[in-house]
Design a protein around this ligand. Sequence first.
Ligand SMILES: O=C(CO)[C@H](O)[C@H](O)COP(=O)(O)O
Length: 210
Amino acid sequence: MKLQLALDLVDIPGAIEVIKEVQDHIDIVEIGTPVVINEGLKAVKEVKETFPDLTVLADLKIMDAAGYEVSQASEAGADIITILGVSEDESIRGAVEEAKKQGKEILVDMIAVKDIAIRAKELDELGVDYICVHTGYDLQALGKNSFEDLATIKSVVKNAKTAVAGGIKSETLAEVIEQKPDLVIVGGGITSQEDKAATARQMHELIKQG
Ligand SMILES: O=C(CO)[C@H](O)[C@H](O)COP(=O)(O)O
């Protein structure tokens, strides 16, 4: 089980500053969608150049022109690139094909997918690397989480790694770990803390033990 830190509400210098604090306690750093929208793939490039040994995920949430988008993110230095599970199968195939060519991985974000079980099974057969259940900020605000959806994908996915994201905090981490996803994604649960390094270290320890 691995820990991914999601950076959403920072600019490039802000991202670099946070990563410096927590780099010893995370496995993957995510350049979040708002950062990519605000700063472009330059954010991915600068983070990868500054931390060449860290696995960098570009949360592009691709929906179309997937092969092209994956090639651009790969060129910028991303190791893992995200696509939306609601995308056409043709887009998923394009993303997987290009990622394989570049030696990168594809994480599918299941946000807004209505039938998680059916779509997860289809995506697994399309050869994606990770399938991630995700409660985005707009549904987190209504008190929702993805813990049941994680159980659903764990029961149908045979090949891909499983991941979970959306509002995970120190208090809810044990519940997540119990289900043994391959990847736990935490944003605000670390970045909103005064002592980010200590929080990341504690979470990482529990995840490594889990
Ligand atoms: O992809 C995202 C929002 O669309 C976030 O990166 C993801 O939800 C993790 O952040 P948090 O733990 O703060 O919810």
